[in-house]
Design a protein around this ligand. Structure first.
Ligand SMILES: [Ca+2]
Ligand SMILES: [Ca+2]
Length: 317
């Protein structure tokens, strides 16, 4: 009777395996340190235009700052138990960092009669944040409106020549007094990939692209107004590691593979129960009842022939 019951369960279990759609997912909240990538043609350059409205006219000039620094973020990551692969990333929250822009200079030419305004932007920096908490990520994409980069360090100093020199005293705008919120109405991306599996840990790589934009109007005095507009794409990468552990509950023999030896160990405990706490039955895989039955076999069936990916690679050599 007992044998017959087990065979029935075995058949049912194998069918379950055939129908199973992959490993269990494990949710992790990961704190990751990201470093901005070296600036290239498309990223980590913020093109900035300074426009100054004065004397009923305006002039503008554009310069580009390279961006360097670090960002800290929390990621909601789902890891596939069986393969260590990233199954999904569902949230992103910036928790800090230090971003620095290279200095910029602007020459605004108002013509022969009016002269020029010269401006220097120096020491501009700030940090990314997620003021409304973690933002959603779907299929590696996120809404940049959920995040911002607050530029609250540095200054813009401006002075005039010619008639413009007489129009206003040299001024210095401090970003500490009037921070710029760099935010874009765009789509950012965050990709998390399994990079490698070491003896004790699994290493993942994070690639982040965060478009930012700014459009700030600053009154300089009664007759002069400055506008700072621009933006670009911040790109950053980082890695994090998770302890490598055997993720198979049904590995009863300790080799991080679920195979015939585990099934034999399971059979030895089939339909046994115990009263002790903690439960001494290693085959009570589904837990809770300290009784080895169909529920526990379902776990073994789900993980049947699963093996640690690193061990699998080893075996294949
Ligand atoms: Ca095993
Ligand atoms: Ca059980």
């Amino acid at each position: 009777m007992r044998r017959f019951g087990f065979v029935g369960v075995l058949v049912w279990g194998m069918l379950s395996v055939a129908c199973a759609g992959g490993g269990r997912m494990q949710a992790e909240r990961i704190a990751v340190d990201l470093v901005l990538s070296p600036p290239d043609a498309g990223t980590n350059r913020l093109q900035t235009t300074l426009t100054v409205y004065a004397m009923g006219t305006s002039a503008r000039d554009t310069d580009t700052a390279t961006v360097t620094g670090t960002m800290q973020a929390n990621l909601g990551v789902f890891i596939d138990d069986a393969t260590y692969e990233v199954a999904d990333v569902n949230s992103l929250e910036f928790t800090g960092g230090a971003i620095r822009l290279s200095d910029m200079s602007f020459t605004l030419n108002y013509g022969f009669l009016l002269g020029r305004i010269e401006a220097r932007a120096t020491g501009i920096g700030g940090a990314p944040s997620s003021p409304w908490g973690p933002g959603a990520v779907e299929a590696e994409r996120f809404d940049t409106a959920d995040h911002l980069v607050l530029l609250n360090e540095g200054s813009v100093a401006a002075w005039g020549t010619g008639l413009m020199g007489a129009l206003f005293e040299p001024v210095t705008l401090l970003f500490a007094d009037a921070p710029i919120e760099a935010r874009a109405d765009a789509v950012g991306t965050v990709a998390v990939r399994l990079e490698r599996i070491d003896a004790d840990e699994v290493i993942y790589r994070v690639d982040l692209m965060l478009p930012v934009a700014y459009d700030e109007l600053s009154p300089i005095n009664e007759s002069v107004t400055a506008a700072i507009t621009g933006g670009g794409v911040i790109a950053a990468t980082g890695t994090f590691s998770l302890p490598r552990r055997c993720r198979f509950r049904a590995d009863l023999t300790g080799d991080c593979r679920v195979d015939l030896y585990d099934l034999m160990a399971f059979c030895d405990q089939w339909l046994t129960a115990a009263e002790e706490d903690p439960c001494p039955l290693s085959a009570d895989l589904a837990g809770a009842d300290c009784y080895v039955d169909l529920d526990d076999f379902a776990v073994l069936a789900e993980e049947w022939l699963g093996s640690d990916p690193a061990e699998g690679a080893h075996w294949g050599q």
